[in-house]
Design a protein around this ligand. Structure first.
Ligand code: PAF
Length: 269
């Protein structure tokens, strides 16, 4: 991959990169569309990265429909698909760790997750040598952590954020949606509806504790099956908790379990 990237660069081609773990859906394909507007060659990686899964998480069950993914990627204009079997040597002992933005929210409930993400993304950047890389806003914390890593470690790469792709009923697209039982799938748009409720309520409420209480009550009314992992109002750039809701700067982030399936969504208001 690296030799290929070096030869593309030597010929003056601009590489736009879409890192994924496969099980592609329209959200990933939206990232490809954005990448195509910013590069001559679109590289997609498909690699289910073991180091970002916790010991009791879904690494072994994570869907791996490679042939379908390859066909979808090709049909949407991916030029090169990078599908390594394993990216870690047996004696690998080096990690990339961002120590601030990745600590709360998903980092709080998934210890070690962002260390795995930053390490694999740094490795992928060194292999694919992109000019631009595209990440989805659904993983708002992930993209903030990666932007921080790119700035702190001087990667010469421009990071682009693609908006959240949604199903018709508002559910954010995710490779994990296929795990949902029919009753859970029916209730899952409640994440989006609760975030919209929070945004509306924030026109009259500025205390995040009260806003959180009311938003969670709304969520539980809409979705009795939902088990909340976290609901936080943080600054959209620093991801630090806000003492007061700031209009234009608040990221409301929500993580919910349906059974063992963990879904996330967010909104900036
Ligand atoms: O967002 C994902 O799919 C993954 O976290 C990523 C960025 C491909 C790293 O494994």
């Amino acid at each position: 991959m690296q030799r290929k990237a070096l030869s593309l660069r030597a010929r003056g081609r601009r590489i736009a990169f879409v890192p994924t773990m496969g099980a592609l859906h329209e959200g990933h394909l939206g990232l490809v569309d954005l990448a195509r507007r910013h590069g001559d060659v679109v590289v997609m990686s498909i690699y289910v990265n073991p180091t970002q899964f916790g010991p009791r998480e879904d690494f072994s069950q994570y869907p791996r429909p490679f042939r379908r993914d390859a066909a979808l990627a090709r049909s949407r204009g991916v030029d090169l698909l990078f599908n390594p079997a394993n990216l870690y040597g047996p004696s690998a002992s080096t990690w990339v760790l961002e120590e601030k933005l990745g600590m709360g929210l998903c980092g709080g409930s998934r210890p070690g997750h962002f260390r795995g993400v930053t390490t694999v993304v740094a490795k992928l950047f060194n292999l694919v040598l992109p000019h631009t890389a595209v990440f989805g806003q659904k993983d708002a914390q992930q993209v903030a952590v990666i932007e921080r890593m790119v700035a702190d470690l001087d990667f010469p790469i421009r990071i682009l954020r693609a908006p959240i792709a949604r199903e018709k009923d508002g559910l954010a697209m995710s490779s994990r949606n296929i795990y949902l039982a029919p009753a859970e799938r029916l209730e899952a748009p409640a994440l989006r509806q609760s975030l919209l409720f929070a945004r509306k309520s924030a026109t009259r409420l500025t205390d995040p504790r009260i806003l959180k209480k009311q938003t969670l009550a709304h969520l539980h009314r809409l979705s009795p099956l939902a088990r909340v992992d976290y609901m936080e109002f943080v600054h959209f750039q620093t991801l630090q908790p806000l003492p007061r809701i700031l209009r234009g700067e608040t990221l409301a982030a929500l993580a919910v379990f349906y059974g063992k399936t963990r879904l996330i969504d967010n909104i900036i208001f």
